[in-house]
Design a protein around this ligand. Structure first.
Ligand code: NAD
Length: 488
């Protein structure tokens, strides 16, 4: 099985290779087979990418917004036409089930390109009356060369969520995918070229921490947008700050789902299952702390157990498979360690917990969907992000207690509330410290709604019109139509 791209990097509208860079083997997580061999960027590759982006950006910023948007919309169309092929590649790269990648990855990337391709023509500044014939106006200017750094769970989606608003706003971008999933961003680059994006505006360089740091600290880059862990976010933000550059940080979470006694139990269970096991639990906004009001606990647990037992692990390319493996051996180790920690801390392992050996996929990085009950707030499995299919179930008595405990975390990415009482739904959503809250559903992230976290879960927002602000800076212009008054 091969998914060999033409070369490792994509710079100035073409594939580029530099075999001096350390080799990077790309594994199919379901079998641990090598599907591609790439090379990490050398300093020369970083220089080439920055130079290409720098030279292309000024002319792109002068292109009429409606024309910039047209290129993005064409790219969205091509992504949709190739969805099947791109989804297979994403499945090979991440291990996520094809059933998911067919609807959630390239499809979401296309939506981002379409959204910004449409709205950018309507972007406008303010006019401010300053009295006496004077007035001011504001305009949003692009930042220049922006750096995007991706996590491994949604590779093509993350690259497009960053590239689309950046390019729409007149910036160039250099994107560094996660070293675990380096392939599909190269496809996005090819497709943008095919859609008519001038060379140099979207470049992909492979690499790990070193390449990321080199791009952030390069004098010709203006901004970094990272999707990654809190620990990485703190380092990246500090580095960007030391160069007085802007940062958007999309980081981790330990989000709560609060289920009240009056909730529709099937919907609440559906939300909790999707919010814990989809993408084999590798989603930043997952609701990994499920708080059940005491009166619904038994009904909820019965349905949850029944539905979780029906989840099919298996061949990610089989359209009937629900869950594939985790992305890597390291990630599987980490998740299994947390399952051990949960047991030692005294939580009850209610379901799963194993690392199954599936026929034909004995070397795959699989972990069963796992549910812990009798979890207490102080336990590590209730406080730390696991990033795998591990749900912690906790119980509560009343609303005030639920809100206080849900907020008792360093994270603040997402939160969910299930209740039939809409007034309570809004009240609780209001009180929850999270960048995105769902009432009676979970983990839906349409392009039209801003996405991002508070507290340690991040800074800035992706998606919606909000993201345009994070890829631009405001220029204020004061216009005087009278005389300059001066005492000298
Ligand atoms: P990670 O933090 O290990 O790596 C993220 C990216 O940062 C990778 O490309 C990596 O090479 C790069 N990197 C690492 N150290 C760096 C440094 N010092 N300077 C510059 N770049 C550096 O994260 P991961 O393990 O790939 O992904 C999982 C994490 O991402 C989880 O915490 C998850 O919650 C988070 N995540 C957040 C969102 C969101 O939108 N909020 C989405 C997906 C994943």
């Amino acid at each position: 099985m091969r998914a060999q791209p033409t070369a490792s990097h994509y710079i100035n509208g073409a594939y580029v290779e530099d075999t001096q860079g350390p080799a990077l083997d790309v594994l199919y997580p379901a079998t641990a087979e090598t599907i591609a061999r790439l090379h990490l960027a050398t300093p020369n590759i970083v220089e080439l990418a920055v130079e290409a982006a720098r030279s292309a950006q000024a002319a792109w910023a002068k292109v009429k917004p409606i024309e910039r948007g047209r290129v993005l919309r064409r790219a969205a169309q091509i992504l949709r036409e190739r969805n099947e092929e791109l989804s297979r590649l994403e499945t090979l790269d991440t291990g996520k089930a094809l059933q998911e990648t067919l609807v959630a990855d390239a499809a979401s990337a296309a939506e981002a390109l379409e959204f910004y391709g449409c709205v950018i023509a309507a972007e406008r500044g303010d006019h401010v009356d300053l009295g006496g014939g004077a007035f001011g106006y504001t305009k949003r200017e692009p930042l220049g060369v922006c750096v995007g750094i991706g996590a491994w769970n949604y590779p093509i989606q993350i690259s497009a969520w960053k590239a689309a608003p950046a390019l729409a706003m007149g910036n160039a971008m250099i994107f560094k995918p996660s070293e675990n999933t380096p392939l599909s961003a190269l496809k996005l680059a090819e497709i943008l070229t095919e859609a008519g994006l001038p060379d140099g505006l979207f470049n992909v360089v492979q690499g790990a921490r070193e390449a990321g740091e080199a791009l952030i600290s390069h004098p010709a880059t203006a901004k970094v947008s990272l999707t990654g862990s809190v620990a990485t976010g703190k380092k990246v933000m500090a580095l960007a700050g030391s160069h007085m550059k802007q940062g958007t940080m999309e980081l981790g979470g330990k989000s709560p789902i609060v289920v009240f006694e009056d909730a529709d139990v099937e919907n609440a269970v559906g939300g909790a299952i999707l919010g814990n096991f989809y993408s084999t639990g590798q989603i930043c906004s997952n609701g990994t702390r499920v708080f059940l009001q005491e009166g619904i606990r038994d009904r909820f647990m019965e349905k949850l157990t029944e539905r979780t037992r029906k989840i099919r692990l298996g061949d990610p390319l089989d359209p009937d498979t629900h869950l594939g493996p985790l992305v890597s051996q390291d990630q599987r180790r980490r998740v299994l360690d947390y399952i051990e920690i949960g047991k030692q801390e005294g939580a009850t392992l209610h379901l799963g917990g194993g690392a199954p050996s599936l026929q034909g996929f004995e070397n795959g990085f699989y972990v069963e969907p796992t549910i812990f009950t009798n979890v207490e707030d102080h336990m590590r499995i209730a406080r730390e992000e696991i990033f795998g299919p591990v749900m912690s179930v906790l119980t509560f008595r009343d609303e005030d207690e639920a809100v206080a405990r849900a907020n008792g975390t360093e994270f603040g990415l997402a939160a969910g509330v299930f209740t039939a009482d809409l007034a309570r739904g809004h009240r609780v959503a209001d009180a929850l410290q999270a960048g995105i809250c769902w009432i009676n559903t979970y983990n839906l992230t349409p392009l039209e709604l801003p996405f991002g976290g508070v507290k340690n879960s991040g800074i800035g927002r992706e998606n919606a019109l909000a993201a345009l602000a994070h890829y631009s800076q405001i220029k204020s212009v004061y216009v005087e139509t009278g005389n300059v008054e001066s005492p000298y």
